[in-house]
Write a protein that binds this ligand. Structure first.
Ligand SMILES: Cc1cc2nc3c(=O)[nH]c(=O)nc-3n(C[C@H](O)[C@H](O)[C@H](O)COP(=O)(O)O)c2cc1C
Length: 397
């Protein structure tokens, strides 16, 4: 199973003789579906070339904190934000000491300090170095900071000694990274998610729709599946790829979405209304293409049924999370929606800026419930979805 599909992994390669195994680690991570970017320390570059790691990872290798071009966009912060997990393999004694001390004196240590994703380190060194009190103290410090240590193996070492300190096998390292993404928090839960844009016909060739791509909803589908949920996904017009592990139901119009939601809502534990459903449809849409006759054309619009509000009114109501795409009076409108619809959570989605919200890969939202008003800072929709779910599980389950 490709447990790292869509996952962004930063591989830090530091100055150990076993850095020659780093390309193999990149490959094993890719075999599990990951995208990998490498940060190479100065000492690491003495053992393995940037060109080799770039060719295998298919991404530029990062090594310089003082790269003027990258730092124009605060490159080290951007790298930290990109990562779903950071793995240092091999991790030298020096790099381990740096991280344990919270130093930020090169690109790798700076990215780690700015990172809030899981950190895994695979030490590799001579057995005496590995057994030294300072190294062991540094590892204990890192464990107390929730770093996952991938223990080295015993065997013949590059220096000729025999004992513990050899880098763990690349395939076993990749498997341990994948393990970080297994969660059982939603095991046994059924989740119904709507996503994408609905399409309201004007005539057989023209329609009213919106800019929703379905990416935010799909990120939530993926996050729920990763947490063990059984997911039904009702989707309209989307520009993203469906998850084959969810029960996927296609619809076109708001009315069809309403019907499919109501047909499938019984027995669901959680309902996430992420679709951009048209509030109105065209009264008496034409069966034939409307011809221009030189005059004005007036369309009469009638309100569609409110899916979220009606699900919230059900006797056996699931826990409901709605999305509010707002351009003005955002907080006020979202709070009104939370109250009026009687739902448990509203995710306030600011859609007025070009670089977050509709039809882009990043988002910035506010998680609103009766007791909570929490901003989730700008990040990839995958990371925002994970954060939303994390808060939702803590607050609502
Ligand atoms: C030939 C050679 C092999 C080395 N192998 C290791 C090693 O396996 N593990 C280790 O912790 N340090 C090893 N070192 C020492 C590190 O490269 C050195 O401490 C360096 O400063 C680490 O820098 P970095 O942590 O920034 O990558 C080796 C040094 C040399 C010259």
């Amino acid at each position: 199973m490709n447990r790292l599909t869509n996952k962004h992994i930063i591989l830090g390669v530091s100055g150990s003789i076993s850095a020659y195994k780093a390309p193999d680690i990149v490959r094993r991570l890719q075999d599990l579906g990951a995208q990998v970017k490498v940060i190479l320390t100065e000492a690491g570059a003495k053992f393995i070339t940037e060109l080799c790691l770039q060719s295998i990872s298919k991404n530029k290798v990062h090594h310089n904190l003082w790269d003027e071009n990258a730092e124009l966009g605060m490159g080290h912060i951007e790298l930290a934000k990109w990562a779903d997990a950071i793995l240092i393999a091999p991790a030298s004694a020096n790099t381990i000491a740096n991280i344990a001390l919270g130093k930020a004196n090169d690109l790798l240590s700076s990215v780690i300090l700015a990172n809030d994703a899981p950190l895994l380190i695979a030490p590799a060194m001579n057995l005496k170095m590995y057994q030294s009190h300072t190294l062991q103290d540094n590892l204990s410090t890192l464990i107390s900071h929730h770093t996952i240590i991938i223990r080295p193996e015993s065997g013949k070492q590059a220096c000729g000694d025999i004992g513990i300190g050899r880098l763990a096998e690349p395939s076993s390292i990749a498997k341990q990274v994948a393990k970080q993404f297994i969660s059982t928090k939603l095991t046994g839960k059924k989740v119904l998610i709507t996503l994408g844009a609905t399409i309201e016909a004007i005539d057989p060739v023209r329609f009213i729709s919106n800019h929703s791509s379905g990416k935010m909803g799909m990120a939530l589908v993926n996050a729920c599946i990763e947490s063990g949920a059984s997911v039904t996904c009702i989707y309209g017009n989307i520009t993203t790829t469906l998850n084959a592990k969810s029960n996927n139901i296609s619809i076109v119009s708001a009315q069809q979405m309403y019907t499919k939601v109501m047909d499938n809502i019984a027995g669901q534990n959680i309902f996430i209304a992420c679709a951009a459903v048209s509030d109105f449809s065209v009264k008496n849409a034409s069966n034939q293409k409307i011809k221009k006759d030189g005059g004005d054309l007036t369309l009469e619009l009638v309100p569609n049924k409110d899916i979220l509000a009606d699900v919230c009114k059900l006797k056996e109501k699931p826990i409901c999370m709605g999305f509010a795409a707002e351009t003005q009076n955002m907080l006020k409108n979202a709070q009104k929606k939370l109250k009026n619809k009687g739902c448990d959570v509203i995710i306030l989605n600011k859609v007025s800026s070009a670089d977050s919200g509709f039809n882009v890969d990043e988002n910035e939202v506010i998680f609103l419930s009766q007791n909570l008003n929490k901003k989730i800072g700008k990040n990839s929709k995958q990371k925002v979805a994970k954060k939303i779910l994390e808060i939702f599980i803590k607050e609502c389950l």
